[in-house]
Every structure is written in structure tokens, then in C-alpha cells.
Write a protein that binds this ligand. Sequence first.
Ligand SMILES: Nc1ncnc2c1ncn2[C@@H]1O[C@H](COP(=O)(O)OP(=O)(O)O)[C@@H](O)[C@H]1O
Ligand SMILES: [Mg+2]
Length: 237
Amino acid sequence: MGSELRKDMPVLQVTDLSKDYMIDDQRLKAVDNVSFTADRGEMISIVGHSGSGKTTLLSLIGGLTKPDRGRVLIDGTDLWALDDRKRSELRSRRVSFIYQFSSLIPTLTALENIILPTTFGDFSADVEQYARELLGIVGLEDKARSYPSHLSGGQQRRIAIARAFINNPEIVLADEPTGDLDEETEQQIIALFKRMNGEKKVTFIIVTHNREIADRTSRQMRMSNGVLVAQEQGNHL
Ligand SMILES: Nc1ncnc2c1ncn2[C@@H]1O[C@H](COP(=O)(O)OP(=O)(O)O)[C@@H](O)[C@H]1O
Ligand SMILES: [Mg+2]
């Protein structure tokens, strides 16, 4: 397939995606037949009540939870048709996940945590410099050598956010990324997302309860009981 073709292809195609959980003989449809596509550089928000399936949907798209039915195509490649090694490789090169809860390695410093995902792929001499730049963008340049236990919850979260960009991902999946941040930090994070979106055409899928963030995305989706119930255009920034 030529690279010209791939430019026009949606960066993400989700088709009839479903994931059930069995709870005491009851089948819970956590994600129920969800389909949508995202073009390169789109910024999509997903809102919905707690338990509506937002985190499960992100983890199916991010290759962390295996769907029961349906497909996830990333740049046309069927994520769940790959073997484990190929799937991790694709994920580590193209998709980044910002988890809802802290996910830093406690025995690594802030800077080492940010660099960690690169050690899976190609390591270049510029990586440390870029990691420091990302630390600066999230306002923590003076914490490069700090360990997570010496950082506040909000600072740890900002490091996890910085880490998401180290491999120059095409898609960033963010699960309530500003949940426990103060307003000023939240604004910094939104600015970082906008910058990565504008400069590098990173595609974002952001689960959020924050109306302001949702309003600033180009498309808003709503989930209810595992189903994608509405898609609306937002105000482009
Ligand atoms: N590993 C799991 N085992 C069983 N049920 C789960 C699991 N993960 C999520 N669920 C259930 O699936 C539904 C959707 O959960 P989740 O995707 O976390 O929702 P949200 O992120 O919108 O709050 C919830 O009812 C939740 O309890
Ligand atoms: Mg969730």
C-alpha cells in the first residue's frame, strides 16, 4: 500500500466493537457495538456517566483489552489480528495511553519514567533532550531527578502525560487526563494537547467530565450503557 493512500485513510477505524463482562451469570455489555472513525489530527472527546464503558472502549482501541467482537484498524492495520509481539510494537510506535490512575514506575525518576517507553523501540541521543523539553512543557523541569513518591498526585499525572508524547504517537488515548489537576495545570495540559495536535497532527481521544475540555474538541461523543449514543461537532479552537 502506498504512503499517499495512507494519508487519506482515517488514522483510526472502529467497527462494531463489543466487550462483555460476565458478572454472576449476568452478561454486562460494557462496550456494545461501537463504530466510529477518526481522521488524522482530529480531537475527539468522549463523555458519559461513570460505568458507561468509556475506559473499556479506550482499552479496546489501545490494544490492552481484547474485544469479543469487532475490529480496530490503526492506519488500516487490524490491531487485534496481529500476534502479541506485533500488536505491542504497533502500540508502542503509534498509540499512547494516558491512564486514569497513576502509572509511573516508582523506582525510576521522573525523567527516566518519561524516557522508559522509548527503550522498547529505537533509542536516539535526542530522546533525553526531548524528555526534558516535555518536562518543561508540563512545568516540572526542576523535578527531573525526583522519584514519584516525592511528587504530588497532580505532578505524577503531569509526568505520565509528558511520557505519552515521547514516542511521537499518532494517536493519544487519554482517560480523564485532568481529573485531579488544579485549574492552572489543567490549562497547561489542554495547551499541550492543542500544541501536539496543531504541530504534529496527533489525533486525540479524550475521556473527560470537563465540559470546557469537551467544548474545545472538534467532535464530542457520548456513551451510555456501552453504546455510543451521540456524536456532535464541537467548536474548533
Ligand atoms: N474487568 C472488569 N470486569 C468486570 N466488569 C468490568 C470490568 N471492567 C469494567 N467493568 C464494568 O464495565 C462497565 C463499564 O466500565 P468502564 O469502562 O470502566 O466505565 P467508565 O470508564 O465509563 O466509568 C461497568 O459496569 C464496569 O463495572
Ligand atoms: Mg473510566
